[in-house]
Design a protein around this ligand. Structure first.
Ligand SMILES: NC(=O)c1ccc[n+]([C@@H]2O[C@H](COP(=O)([O-])OP(=O)(O)OC[C@H]3O[C@@H](n4cnc5c(N)ncnc54)[C@H](O)[C@@H]3O)[C@@H](O)[C@H]2O)c1
Length: 307
C-alpha cells in the first residue's frame, strides 16, 4: 500500500533532493515489466534478474518492493475518528482481527486509554479486538530480554492472529522495537501498525525499519529489518510527555536534517526555539518534517538491505 500523502508533503520541503524520490510498488513493478519486455532483466540491476557466472553456476538476484503509510492525526481513538479503521479494513472482505499492545508508561499517564480503545473497537463491527489491550513493560526494560517477544507471541496464539491480522503498538521507541520484533517473527510477519508516543519515536524510530532487543550487554544485538505497514503519528499522545522529553524529538530532527537535508536544517534552526519553549504547533511541524524526511529515505536505502 502506498500513501500519496507522503509525496504531496514533499512540496513543503525547502530543498528536496533529487535522491529523495519515493517509489511506489506499482512503479517498481512497471519498471520490471518494461525491463522484462525489453529483454533486459538478465542483468544484476533488474528487480528480478539472473546472472550467469559459469555454465554450472547461476546467481539470482531479486528485489522486494516495500511500502508503508505515514499518517498524522489528533486523537486516533476518538469515537468519530475512523483513520485506523480505514487502514485496518482496506481490502479486507471479512472481520479484521487485531491485537493492541500499549507501553505501560503511556497507560500510567493515560489510565483510561485501554478502555477507550476497547470501546472504539466495539463500535466497529468489521473489526475484532482479540483481547483487551496488552500492557508492555515501559522503556528500555521492554528490550532487555525476550519476555515481550514471548508475551506478544503468546497473545497472538491465544487470539488466532494470522497473516491477515494486525498488531497495533502504541508506545515509545523501545516498545516499538520489541513488539516490532515479535510481529516480524510470528507467522514470519504479521502486519504492524505503529503509534509512536514520544517525540523521538514520532520523528524517527516510528519510521525506522529496524526491530530489536538488547542482549549480551549490547544494544539491539538481536533484531531484524521489517518495515511496518503503517505509522500513525497522533499528536495527542505527546501532551503527557514532560517538556524535557518533548525536546528529544527536536534533537532527533536536527540530526536527521544535518544528515539528509541542509535546507531543512535552516528551517529547523528558525523553528526550534519556539518548540523548545513549549510551542506545540512548532513542535508538531518539526516532527512532521522529520518523519517525512525519514519516510523519503526510509533508512532502507543505506542501512538495511544494501549493506
Ligand atoms: N527502530 C529504530 O529505527 C529506532 C530508531 C531510534 C531509536 N530507537 C530506539 O528507541 C528507543 C528510545 O525511544 P524513546 O526515546 O521513545 O524512549 P523510550 O521508548 O525508552 O520511552 C521513554 C519513557 O517514556 C515513556 N513514554 C512513552 N510515551 C509516553 C507518553 N506519551 N507520555 C508519557 N510517557 C511516555 C515510556 O514508557 C518510557 O518510560 C531506544 O531503545 C532506541 O534504540 C529505534
Amino acid at each position: 500500500m502506498y500513501s500519496p500523502a507522503i509525496v504531496d508533503a514533499t512540496d513543503s520541503l525547502t530543498t528536496p533532493s533529487p535522491k529523495l524520490q519515493l517509489r511506489t510498488p506499482q512503479a517498481n513493478h512497471r519498471d520490471h515489466a518494461e525491463a522484462y519486455q525489453a529483454g533486459t532483466t538478465d542483468t544484476a540491476k533488474g528487480p528480478c534478474s539472473t546472472v550467469t557466472s559459469s555454465p554450472s553456476t547461476r546467481h539470482f538476484s531479486f528485489s522486494v518492493p516495500y511500502a508503508l503509510q505515514l499518517h498524522h492525526c489528533q486523537d486516533c481513538f476518538a469515537e468519530s475518528n475512523n483513520l485506523l479503521a480505514d487502514i485496518l479494513q482496506e481490502g479486507a472482505n471479512k472481520t479484521v482481527r487485531t491485537l493492541v499492545c500499549i507501553d505501560a508508561g503511556v497507560i500510567a499517564e493515560q489510565p483510561k486509554l485501554a478502555e477507550r480503545i476497547s470501546n472504539w473497537f466495539s463500535q466497529r463491527h468489521q473489526l475484532k479486538l482479540v483481547e483487551p489491550p496488552l500492557t508492555i513493560a515501559a522503556g528500555e526494560v521492554a528490550k532487555s530480554d525476550w519476555s515481550v517477544v514471548e508475551q506478544v507471541a503468546e497473545a497472538c496464539e491465544r487470539g488466532s492472529i494470522c497473516r491477515h491480522s494486525y498488531i497495533v503498538v502504541i508506545g515509545g521507541g523501545a516498545v516499538l522495537d520489541a513488539v516490532g520484533l515479535a510481529a516480524s517473527l510470528v507467522h514470519r510477519g504479521v502486519r504492524l501498525i505503529r503509534l509512536p508516543t514520544t517525540t523521538l519515536a514520532q520523528a524517527d524510530a516510528g519510521l525506522g525499519v529496524k526491530n530489536g532487543i538488547n542482549a549480551y550487554q549490547n544494544k539491539n544485538f538481536i533484531g531484524n529489518f521489517a518495515p511496518p505497514w503503517a505509522i500513525i503519528n497522533d499528536a495527542s499522545f505527546l501532551t503527557s510527555l514532560p517538556l524535557r522529553a518533548r525536546r528529544d524529538g527536536i534533537i532527533e530532527a536536527i540530526k536527521v536534517a544535518m544528515i539528509k537535508d541542509v535546507g531543512n536544517y535552516q528551517w529547523l534552526y528558525e523553528k526550534a526555539p519556539a518548540a523548545v519553549h513549549g510551542d506545540d504547533n512548532a513542535l508538531q511541524q518539526i516532527i512532521e518534517r522529520s518523519a517525512l524526511l525519514q519516510g523519503l529515505t526510509f533508512h532502507i536505502a543505506h542501512c538495511a538491505f544494501v549493506t
